[in-house]
Design a protein around this ligand. Structure first.
Ligand code: ZN
Ligand code: ZN
Length: 246
């Protein structure tokens, strides 16, 4: 399978997890247990952090002399779109509906998450352009937070009073951005080092500044321990891929 086919396949799989997360919000009949969502967020945070620091950053530095600067730029781009332009955004269930009454906060949250998701796709696409092993590791890192991401945006839309179709549509739009990101990475394949460096910064932000704060809201130590489980899962996956000769 060439890098376009595999990155598109895995990009669509990641996007489907967004839609699944949105569907959970729209379809639920009884209160959703937030610990399950936070469990995925915690494991995803650990896995993403390890993937960004141990695989993505070194590979980006090998391919591009500007990697350190571009990693910082990637980090700041998410901070700009999710937390500077958007006045209110956080991962997980939206529990501040009063902030959404008569405002367009939902639109800036949607734009922020669409930009972030575009880079999720660029990460997967540039990973596969470097090697199948990197592509698979980046996909695994990203897919763990995709259902919580779809859940997040659908719950923002519900808090803003948008109907179920609109909430699911927002999760679909976030997913579509990842598929477009995969295609953008392919189109920019001559600049794969730069794309990977930007993606590394985005991945660091999502792991350490979006997901970890949600993990830390949970009482008790289980969620905090799951971050280490995510790191161990990354290590195991990396070992399996190299044993397979990928
Ligand atoms: Zn909120
Ligand atoms: Zn994401």
């Amino acid at each position: 399978m060439n890098s376009l086919d595999s990155s598109l396949l895995f990009g669509i799989a990641a996007a489907s997890a967004n839609v699944l997360g949105g569907w959970i919000v729209v379809a639920r009949r009884e209160p959703w247990d937030p610990r399950l969502l936070h469990g995925f967020v915690a494991v995803g945070a650990g896995f993403m952090l390890a993937a960004a620091l141990l695989r993505m950053a070194p590979e980006a530095a090998r391919l591009s002399g500007s990697a350190p600067l571009l990693i910082l730029v990637g980090y700041l781009v998410v901070h700009l779109f999710e937390h500077t332009i958007a006045p209110h955004f956080h991962f997980g269930e939206e529990t501040h509906p009063q902030l959404f009454v008569g405002s367009s906060v939902w639109a800036s949250a949607l734009v922020g998450l669409v930009v972030h998701s575009l880079f999720d796709g660029i990460s997967i696409g540039s990973g596969f352009l470097v090697s199948p092993a990197l592509g698979l590791l980046v996909f695994a890192a990203i897919v763990l937070h995709k259902a919580p991401e779809g859940f997040t945006i659908a719950s923002v839309m519900v808090a803003a009073g948008v109907n179920r179709g609109g909430a699911l549509g927002a999760a679909f739009a976030v997913g579509l951005a990842s598929v477009i990101g995969v295609l953008a990475a392919q189109a920019l394949s001559h600049q794969v080092g730069a794309a990977l460096a930007l993606s590394t910064g985005v991945t660091l932000y999502v792991a350490a500044s979006d997901l970890i704060p949600e993990v830390n809201k949970e009482e008790g130590t289980l969620m905090a321990v799951l971050v280490f489980v995510g790191v161990a899962l990354f290590y195991g996956s990396d070992q399996v891929l190299s044993a397979l000769g990928l």
